[in-house]
Structures are given as C-alpha cells and as structure tokens.
Design a binder for this molecule. Structure first.
Ligand SMILES: [Zn+2]
Length: 416
C-alpha cells in the first residue's frame, strides 16, 4: 500500500521554487516524485490524497526545543518545575502539541529531568505516544552555585574538568543524544550575567572530547563573545544565542560553518517584549534584557547567513508567555527581523533541520528515498510563512510515512 498525494504544489525544502508534483510514499519513505505531465495509476489499496490548491512541504524541525518546559497552547502553567508525575504529563502533551503544529522533529536544548526525554523518545519511536522525532537532552549543566540557568534539580557530579567528564559519561550511560552546557549567564535571569563566562576552556574541551568519543553532541548557551569562542575552540556542535559575538567570534563561527549549527532562539525574546504579565509578576528587567538581543541579532544573523553559517529557527518555547505550540512563529521572526525571504525561512526549518538532526541525507527534504515527514498546507507558505502558525491549515501531517493527521474523511474512507 502506498500513500499518493497528488497535484499539490511541492516545496521540497531545498529552496527550489514550488512546482506541481505528485508524491508517492511507501512504508516510511518517499518512493517517487511524479512531475507534472507524468501520470500514475493507483492500485486499489493505495490511499490517494488530493493536494490540489495546496502546498506539500517537509515537516518542520524545532531546533531549540524544551518539551519539559511545561506551558503549551493547550495548558498554561505558572510554575516552571512541576512535580515529577505532572511534569511527565506536560512533557508528553507538549510532544504531541508540537507534532499537531507541524513539527515532525525536535532537537532538544535541555530538559528538566535526567532521563525524561530518553523515556519520551523511546515511547515516540515505539509508537506508544505521538510526538516529533527527538534528539534527547538532559538537565542543562551550569557550575554549582553559578549565575547560570536554574533549571531545577542539578545534575551535580563534581566540578572542574573531571566533574565535566563524569557528567558527560553519565549522560551517555543514560542514553542522551545531546549534552547541553550553559557557558555564559543569561541577562533575562540575572541582569549583566550574559557577560559572565561560567566554564573554562579546559572544561568545555573535556566535555566535547568525552561526548564526541561516545557519539554524543554538545549544545551550548553562549551569550558573551568569549563564551562563543570557548565553545568553538572546544568543538561544540550547536551554539545558541551568541547575542554578543564580536568580529573575532563571527570569523570563528564562519570558519566552523560546515560543522556547527547556530540558533538565536529569538521566539522567547519577541514573546518577552510582547508579554503583559499580571501585576504580581515583574518582567521589567527581562524586557530590558531583550532589547539589545533584538538589536544585536538583527545585525548578527543576516551576517552569519551571508557567510554561510547554518542558522535555524527554534525559540525556547514552554513559558506561559511563550508556550509550546507557537513554534512556527520563529519562521516569521526570521523574515521580519533578519531579512530572510519566506522560502529561506522554510529552508532553515526543513532542510537545515534535517541536518541538525544528523540526518541530512534522509530528512528535511522531499526527495526519493527520504523519510516521509510531510505537511500538506492549505495555502502557499513560500508566499507567507505565517500560515504555518494556524494548525487548522495543516491538512495532512505525516511522520515516517505514518499519517498523524489525515484530511477530513480520508482515513475513515480507507478503513471502510
Ligand atoms: Zn533554551
């Protein structure tokens, strides 16, 4: 049995213009693309979906996911760290919410439990619970007592180079994919701390050696220019924020462009500025800290793009004022703040997304042999990426060839 999505406009993720095509899925992969003018005779058991007037595109990839940060468009929490059972319920819900909103893959930037995402990843892969393909992370590591990012329970395992090595080994034993280090502080949490460097070169280098030797990757929160440079010298794979990168850091980012990924995580910044919190919550200093990030990254990100650095959307969703499920807003921010064309923002969320997942040869594009992660969109997102923010316009959501969302009546008709 095949799934045939016919007569859609195809955006294949590479940046090529939308073209009319029919896509044939067999099992978990794309079997064929039938260009306009060619025909296909469906078998009786094939599922045929009419894509006329719609756009077929790769599933999106959230490159800075926090599925255990509890809030989503379906349920807002005003506490950040929930009791374990409730945290699990929220995390599992958030996985499904991301998939419902067109994100078929997620690269985690940190979790609130040691092995929470490993467990979730296993249940998603086994088909027990719906969610995106997941690169699992763990507690974000900052030094004990430092002005890093307080994410609840510390995965404390000693300090210094040996403590770092022990931490990474424990991550590997726990089955984590990505180790997340907090190399600089964060102004939104402690004003001025973005300029504080929390780990030495030796510590970060040791983390990368241990991680890479075990097939893990390292992602880092880096704001200060020196934190960016430490991360790059050490071999960190994914750098987030980089808001205070200087010219030397820019040159180093460019020199590493074939190896690294960068994510500004701008969604949280825009949401901070937009937020109108209740009177007992004071966001004044958070809002102040967001302004230079907007200003600096408006120069930094276009320059990184010009230099060929892979910059990806993904914006720290999971706070009450920036809930999971709004992740597609990041694409709009790339257009409005960073001068991306609509199609460039889509490429960053799809083709580059496949690459950050470590699966660029089989994920993130609509090509024969690639995994069938597909969205059939009511409208043309290459004309306006904002339509992806409306989940009702995602008429089909397919992951690994499996229909998470079928067009009205199709699944029922097939079962009959
Ligand atoms: Zn984050």
């Amino acid at each position: 049995m095949r799934t045939i999505i016919k007569n859609a406009g195809l955006f294949d993720g590479s940046g090529s213009p939308v073209r009319p095509a029919t896509v044939v899925v067999r099992g978990e992969r794309i079997e064929r693309i039938i260009e306009a003018g060619e025909t296909i005779d469906p078998d009786a058991e094939d599922l045929v979906i009419d894509g006329t007037g719609r756009t077929l595109m790769p599933g999106m990839v959230e490159a800075h996911a926090h599925l255990s940060w509890p809030s989503s468009v379906e349920k807002i929490y005003h506490e950040f760290v929930l009791p374990p059972e409730e945290m699990k319920v929220a995390t599992w819900r958030n996985a499904r919410v991301l998939l419902d909103h067109g994100f078929t893959s997620a690269f985690s930037a940190g979790a609130l439990g040691d092995t929470l995402e490993v467990e979730l990843r296993g249940e998603i892969e086994a088909g027990i619970t719906p969610g995106p393909r997941l690169r699992a992370s763990t507690i974000e590591r900052s030094p004990e007592g430092a002005d890093g990012i307080e994410t609840g329970k510390k995965l404390s395992i000693g300090e210094g180079v040996e403590g770092m090595r022990a931490f990474v080994r424990r991550c590997a034993e726990n089955g984590i994919d990505t180790v997340k280090l907090v190399i600089s502080g964060e102004d939104a949490l402690l004003p001025g701390s973005s300029q504080h460097v929390l780990y030495s070169q030796e510590e970060v280098t040791a983390a990368c050696e241990e991680a890479h030797g075990r097939g893990l990757r390292v992602a880092a929160h880096t704001q200060a220019a020196e934190a960016v440079k430490i991360a790059l010298r050490a071999g960190v794979d994914v750098l987030y924020h980089c808001s205070y990168a200087d010219d030397e850091a820019l040159d180093m980012l460019e020199a590493a462009r074939d190896r690294i990924f960068m994510g500004p995580a701008i969604g949280i910044i825009v949401a901070t500025l937009e937020a109108s919190p209740p009177p007992h919550i004071d966001m004044t200093s958070m809002k102040e800290s967001a302004k230079p990030v907007i200003k600096n990254t408006a120069v930094l990100i276009p320059e990184l793009k010009r230099r060929g650095v892979r910059v990806l959307p993904g914006g720290d969703y999971g706070f009450p004022f920036n809930p999971n499920g709004r992740n597609a807003r990041d694409l709009e921010h790339f257009v409005t703040l960073y001068g991306y064309t609509q199609a460039e923002a889509l490429v960053a969320a799809t083709m580059l997304g496949g690459e950050i997942m470590g699966m660029g040869d089989e994920l993130g594009q609509v090509r024969p042999g690639y995994l069938a992660d597909l969205l059939l969109v009511d409208g043309d997102p290459t004309q306006d990426v904002r339509i992806l923010q409306d989940k009702d316009r995602l008429t089909v959501i397919m992951k690994n060839g499996h229909l998470h969302k079928a067009p009205g009546g199709t699944a029922a008709a097939k079962a009959a």
